[in-house]
Design a protein around this ligand. Structure first.
Ligand code: C2E
Ligand code: MG
Ligand code: MG
Ligand code: MG
Length: 281
């Protein structure tokens, strides 16, 4: 009897959701409605040319303004969006928004020649028509393809090597800039990545933020910049928070940088204010 009772209890437990699962399901339900309810926002973080100290572009970063939870960070909803496939429509949405925005800024501030960086998730790469669809958005928003930079993590590249290789070739043929995101966190080597038509790589902020305290991280950063340079790849350092980081990276001749020292990701109107101000760092 004890055994049967135990089994019955087990089944009861199975149909009853744990609090964690319930919370996750609720978040998923909310996320499914987020786009139509206009709760998704695009924030823009400046990317600075370290040589000139001027703004060179922005990275578009998604934000979710949840009705009860407030601003939910991508760390909490992007993984869920990827698991559920919601990242695909969300990814098209942010690409369209960001392209419209950069066209408008390009008209208002023609002297800047700004680029816009948009993140692509692995899920988006499983769509065979990816390059074609990107082309349609560029055409509809009248954005010069050279102004668009698509960011792909090294993990995404390594997980779907063959599909990604073809899609990257197609995007490159359209004159779009391609960037490897979070470089150094995966296990790929630069020589392996060389077979992909990459224009820039972004050194992960974990290296940049520990450059001062740990000489090893400084050496890794130096090596990445040197190797990228010899391959004709430009480097963007992420996570520049202190003046010391900036000085070190300038010494290493890193071309671009991004981080809280310059600005956090900004709402569109704050990004416009920054463009008007035209700061020099
Ligand atoms: P990411 O593409 O590497 O974006 C850079 C992240 O670093 C952003 O976090 C940014 O706010 C943060 N960051 C920039 N400078 C600093 C700094 O100086 N210090 C620190 N501590 N952090 C800094 P965020 O906006 O929370 O985004 C996290 C990740 O979520 C992104 O990492 C990206 O992988 C993903 N993500 C965001 N928006 C999108 C999107 O539209 N599509 C896709 N597929 N992924 C996105
Ligand atoms: Mg990125
Ligand atoms: Mg990154
Ligand atoms: Mg990252």
């Amino acid at each position: 009897h004890a055994k049967i009772q135990g089994k019955a209890r087990q089944q009861m437990f199975d149909v009853t959701m744990s609090a964690d699962n319930l919370a996750r399901l609720q978040l998923e339900i909310d996320l499914r409605r987020a786009k139509e309810r206009e709760q998704l926002l695009v924030y823009y973080q400046p990317i600075v040319n370290l040589k000139t100290g001027h703004l060179s572009g922005f990275e578009a970063l998604m934000r979710w303004k949840h009705p009860h939870r407030g601003a939910v960070s991508p760390g909490a909803f992007i993984p869920l969006a990827e698991e559920t496939g919601l990242i695909v429509p969300m990814g098209w949405w942010i690409l369209q928004e960001a392209c419209e925005q950069i066209r408008l800024w390009g008209e208002e501030f023609p002297d800047f020649a700004l680029t816009i960086s948009v993140n692509l998730s692995g899920r988006q790469f499983s769509q065979p028509q990816l390059a074609k669809e990107v082309g349609k958005i560029l055409k509809a928003t009248r954005v010069n393809p050279q102004r668009l930079r698509l960011e792909i993590t090294e993990t995404t590249i390594m997980e779907n090597e063959t599909i990604v290789a073809q899609t990257l070739q197609d995007l490159k043929a359209m004159d779009i800039q391609l960037s490897i995101d979070d470089f150094g966190t995966g296990y790929s080597s630069l020589s392996r990545l060389r077979s992909f038509p990459i224009d820039t790589l972004k050194i992960d902020r974990s290296f940049v933020m520990r450059m001062e305290q740990e000489p090893e991280n400084l050496e890794i950063t130096r090596a990445i910049i040197r190797m990228a340079d010899s391959l004709g790849i430009e480097v963007i350092a992420e996570g520049i928070e202190h003046q010391e980081h900036l000085q070190l990276l300038r010494k290493l001749r890193c071309k671009y940088g991004q981080g809280y020292l310059f600005a956090k990701p900004l709402a569109a109107e704050d990004a416009i204010a920054l463009l008007r101000e035209n700061p020099k760092w």
